[in-house]
Ligand binder design. Structure first.
Ligand SMILES: Cc1cc2nc3c(=O)[nH]c(=O)nc-3n(C[C@H](O)[C@H](O)[C@H](O)COP(=O)(O)OP(=O)(O)OC[C@H]3O[C@@H](n4cnc5c(N)ncnc54)[C@H](O)[C@@H]3O)c2cc1C
Length: 507
């Protein structure tokens, strides 16, 4: 063992939730026995932007170091996990997310409470406000919307739908056209969890980057277990960080994989490696199913040199589910930002060559658009699971998803025709079996009963003392998208853990 160090708390994974939790625990928590500042290690497998392995931002010299520039097109060249879109970097998926957000709806609180959690709007208020303020999460001003989005709104309203903004996390935006989706924001305006990192570092958190945690050390204790720390590798050396408290914040794929490697999970999947059993580790995978309908207009629907905003949407509820679930979200996606010419040259609408291709390229960046159909199923419907060896998601899909997605497509096509579209794509998939599960969650979900959950409402493992899970895997479902919900888990989990473990008189 190259190095062995002691901490009060080790946090594994400096992604969306991990950094936020580290910042708030370090800021507000104390050692309950001595009253001293907590010794916290935040261990992340990927590099930190300070190491120069990622391009930094362009804006203010200090702020630019908190804004890695990652283009979706460049995924092939950056350190990744084997699971879908898993970037290894301080900031996790928050540094390359599309940044289309919602704060929890009434039905989210209802669904979380249905599993026996006291996660009410009132109890989570402070944590939600923390993220809303830090990410500056709000609707964009009216002048940010493009002609295409205004047309979408008027047409949808004329069809009887209630249009609402998708929230946009940004500060000091110059509306240059490259904020949401997979663009590298030109003015570091796109919020990400690294914005919390200075709070963590100022309050003594030790960030250990480029260091993959190989296992959480769990010792058997009675019918359950107890945490002793983690083993991690950095620069080819194996090190140990000892602690009585370990928070795993490796995301909805990474967290169950690490817990399984540590001997915690379903008996039938872990076999001889099992130390402590919980049948729900890696199960109950939930997330949205989405697809786009591409479209060409004969007039510009967006302006070169400006945009993009967080987009607008309307929700179509399935009346059979009175709790508001079974919801479709129909939103403007590529109606709000300029399409890159090199991508559009290969689009389904692009003539192959000649004058027709040249004419198409003249107009496509401002006349092409797409509408996203996104669906989240009711909590009672079939869920997926994570392959605990590879992190791959196993997502069976179900006929109800296919049915609702086709309904979403039909509404979208009707809308686009009313908007006066010139050409509408017919490439919408007929089935989504095996495909869904974007913006994933639930794979170590919270609940009052270990028969259907991994952690309790205070983010504590049901069976392993000193083990916490705080990330997208913690919450049992989201009605729409999950990045901002993962951030809220970081802020809320931190408050619960401080109250129960790191304040004067806590056990
Ligand atoms: C391409 C893309 C676009 C998205 N767009 C949106 C969007 O528009 N709106 C929205 O709301 N959400 C969006 N999301 C979802 C959102 O980014 C995630 O829900 C959110 O980041 C999840 O946060 P997390 O903390 O659970 O995990 P992550 O942010 O993934 O963080 C996990 C961290 O743990 C680290 N880690 C994992 N295993 C280990 C280990 N063994 N040792 C050390 N470190 C480890 C990882 O490297 C990573 O940094 C998008 C996601 C992707 C991939």
């Amino acid at each position: 063992m190259a190095e062995v160090k002691n901490y009060d708390l080790v946090i594994v994974g400096a992604g969306m939730a991990g950094i936020i939790a580290a910042a708030r625990i370090a800021e507000k928590g104390i050692n309950p026995r001595t009253g001293d500042r907590l010794r916290i290690a935040l261990i992340e497998a990927g590099p930190h932007i300070y190491t120069g392995k990622f391009r930094s931002g362009y804006g203010d010299p200090v702020h630019r170091r908190l804004a890695p520039q990652v283009l979706w097109e460049e995924f092939a060249n950056v350190p990744k996990w084997p699971w879908p879109f898993g970037l290894k970097v301080v900031g996790g998926c928050s540094v390359h997310w599309g940044a289309h957000c919602h704060v929890p709806f009434d039905e989210d609180y209802e669904n979380w409470c249905a599993l026996g959690n006291d996660w009410t709007r009132e109890n989570m208020k402070e944590a939600v406000e923390d993220v809303v303020e830090m990410f500056n999460l709000r609707a964009d001003p009216e002048e940010a919307y493009t002609p295409g989005e205004k047309l979408f709104r008027e047409t949808a309203q004329s069809m009887g739908y209630k249009v609402q903004p998708v929230l946009s996390p940004r500060k000091n935006c110059i509306y240059c056209g490259f904020h949401n989706e997979g663009h590298a924001c030109k003015y570091d305006a796109k919020s990400n969890s690294v914005w919390y990192l200075p709070i963590a570092l100022e309050n003594g958190v030790e960030l250990i980057h480029d260091a993959e945690v190989k296992k959480v050390i769990i010792e058997k204790a009675g019918a359950g277990g107890v945490v002793k720390g983690v083993v991690y590798q950095k620069n080819g050396e194996t090190n140990e960080a000892r602690a009585e408290n370990v928070m795993v914040a490796c995301g909805s794929w990474g967290t169950p994989v690490l817990l399984a490697k540590s001997g915690y999970g379903p008996k039938d999947e872990l076999g001889a490696a099992l130390i402590v059993e919980n049948a729900n580790v890696g199960h109950n995978l939930d997330g949205d199913t989405s697809s786009k309908v591409s479209v060409m207009f004969s007039q510009p629907i967006k302006e070169a040199g400006r945009g993009t905003n967080g987009s607008i949407c309307f929700l179509v509820h399935d009346g059979n589910y009175k709790d508001g679930t079974g919801t479709l979200r129909i939103s403007t996606a590529e109606m709000s930002y300029i399409n890159y010419p090199h991508i559009m040259a290969m689009s389904e609408f692009a003539p192959a060559f000649g004058k027709a291709h040249t004419d198409f390229m003249r107009r496509v960046t401002t006349q092409h658009g797409a509408i996203t159909v996104l669906f989240n199923r009711p909590p009672t419907h079939i869920k997926g699971r994570v392959d605990l060896k590879t992190g791959a998601h196993i997502y069976p899909g179900d006929p109800y998803i296919d049915k609702r997605m086709q309904e979403g497509k039909e509404i979208t096509i009707e809308l686009l025709k009313k908007m006066g579209a010139e050409k509408i794509s017919n490439r919408f998939p007929a089935t989504f079996k095996g495909r869904g599960g974007g913006h994933t969650n639930g794979t170590c979900r919270a609940g009052s009963d270990r028969a259907n959950s991994v952690i309790n409402q205070n983010f504590e493992s049901h069976e392993v003392k000193g083990l916490f899970v705080v990330d997208a895997s913690s919450y049992p479902r989201a009605s729409i998208n999950s990045g901002s919900f993962a951030a809220i888990m970081g802020a809320f989990g931190a408050r619960r853990i401080v109250a129960n473990h790191f304040s004067r008189g806590a056990s």
